[in-house]
Design a protein around this ligand. Structure first.
Ligand SMILES: Cc1cc2nc3c(=O)[nH]c(=O)nc-3n(C[C@H](O)[C@H](O)[C@H](O)COP(=O)(O)OP(=O)(O)OC[C@H]3O[C@@H](n4cnc5c(N)ncnc54)[C@H](O)[C@@H]3O)c2cc1C
Length: 404
């Protein structure tokens, strides 16, 4: 049964993440953002809180929490700053939950366990300079040589590129299929930063999520042992999409937190700021913007919670999670724009947080499926052009995960 009442454990988790982010990060975020500075101490604190492996089973070093708890952590972290939630999305959803689902026992021991314990940080490399939404256009290749694959290529717009130890990387291992742009020629690999030929850098011209790390990495004939192929040869595209299915839950919950942050900042300002002799909150047009934020927040929260519930039940939720991600991110863009508007000229200054919200919200309308890609997906589901088929591996239901 879809129950909206949080358990005691979920409530405590929500409260502890809220307190930690409010105490340790909120007072410093303006400075970190202004200096474009990623603070590794935040990662250490997140690891100490158990957040980096929160919904990985205890057997693999995680905290064994459910996916709704994960969403709550994403909502609370993005309430303070998007850069915090991005860590949870990339490290935990895009990488760790994918290794949990598709990995061999050996891969889980070598990669998942240190990641869940927060001893190693993980990232996800799908996008390339010439291939984002159109994954078929990727140029990275993996050529078999004896018992290894030799990877060559460049990945771009990679979160935590200069921070992560481990990367889940996608490349064409079938060059004939690459010529035909056939995604069944793509395979997935677990690549370590320490492998010779791997190099990375940070994108310095980015204008949002400035306290986060986003960059690129290059693979110049990186030799990857065959036992580091995730899934079977040719399953890379399915694995990449599976990972996004988990990441989109975190993005939708995070964007929901951002809408709430916009609402709270706007309410405080609208009560305080006076024009024409009354607080601006008494003007109907300002009320309209706040009412929209409130309804968007409540609707976005219901959508991500439904997605988390389906995942807890072990049911495929690609359609529902995609809808939650699309709705929440577009709504967060609307909320951030209106929050700036309510603040007037003050909203146009980084003296107030809403300018940062406005810059940060846009990323999520682009990554993990752009607004347009999600529109097409949802229309195709409605029209019956798109039907999800079962995959060989599925995310373990919460009960299975905790029992493992
Ligand atoms: C802050 C940030 C962090 C990121 N982190 C990661 C990461 O960790 N790992 C990773 O692999 N990638 C990451 N990305 C990359 C992101 O996933 C891509 O930017 C995204 O997939 C879009 O690809 P693109 O930028 O190449 O845009 P394009 O695919 O070139 O699209 C450009 C425009 O055309 C539209 N468009 C494209 N195709 C269609 C179509 N068929 N119909 C209608 N419109 C269309 C798009 O919606 C968009 O508006 C990140 C991006 C950002 C901004």
């Amino acid at each position: 049964m879809f129950d909206l009442e949080l358990t005691e454990e979920q409530r405590l988790l929500e409260q502890s993440v809220r307190e930690w982010a409010g105490r340790e990060v909120a007072p410093r975020i303006r400075e970190l953002d202004r200096e474009h500075r990623f603070d590794p101490a935040i990662l250490t604190q997140m690891a100490d809180l158990g957040l980096l492996g929160m919904c990985v089973p205890r057997e693999y070093g995680g905290a064994g929490m459910d996916y709704l708890s994960y969403g709550l952590a994403c909502e609370e972290t993005e309430y303070v700053d998007t850069s915090l939630r991005v860590i949870l999305s990339v490290h935990l959803a895009l990488n760790s939950l994918t290794v949990l689902t598709w990995g061999t026992e050996d891969q889980k021991r070598r990669y998942l366990v240190p990641q869940a314990q927060g001893r190693k940080i993980a990232s996800y490399g799908l996008t390339e300079p010439g291939a984002g939404s159109d994954v078929r256009g990727m140029q990275s290749v993996a050529v078999r040589r004896g018992d290894r694959y030799v990877l060559t290529g460049e990945k771009m717009w990679i979160s935590l590129a200069d921070v992560a130890d481990h990367f889940l990387v996608f490349a064409y291992s079938d060059l004939e299929k690459k010529q035909k742009r056939d995604v069944s020629g793509i395979s997935a690999f677990l690549v370590e930063r320490s492998f010779p030929g791997f190099s990375s850098g940070t994108l310095t011209e980015k204008w949002g999520i400035l306290a986060g790390n986003t960059g690129y990495f290059k693979m110049d004939e990186v030799e990857v042992p065959e036992e580091n192929m995730l899934g079977r040869e040719g399953e890379g595209f399915k694995i990449a999409m599976f990972a996004l299915d988990q990441g989109r839950l975190s993005v939708s919950a995070g964007a929901t937190g951002l809408i709430r942050a916009c609402r709270d900042a706007s309410v405080a300002y609208a009560r305080d700021r006076k024009t024409f002799g009354v607080p601006i909150g008494q003007h109907q047009l300002v009320k309209e913007m706040i009412a929209q934020m409130e309804s968007d927040y409540q609707a976005a929260r219901l959508l991500w919670m439904r997605s988390a519930w389906l995942k807890n039940e072990g049911r495929r939720s690609t359609r529902e999670t995609g809808l939650a991600k699309w709705f929440a991110t577009v709504a967060s863009e609307r909320a951030a724009g209106d929050a700036v508007q309510i603040h007037g000229a003050n909203g146009y200054s980084d003296e107030y947080p809403v300018g940062r919200f406005y810059r940060n919200c846009k990323g999520a309308v682009i990554y993990e499926g752009t607004r347009e890609i999600h529109k097409i997906m949802q229309a195709d589901y409605a029209l019956g052009y798109r039907v999800d088929k079962p995959t060989r591996c599925r995310l373990p239901a919460y009960r299975e995960a905790v029992q493992a």
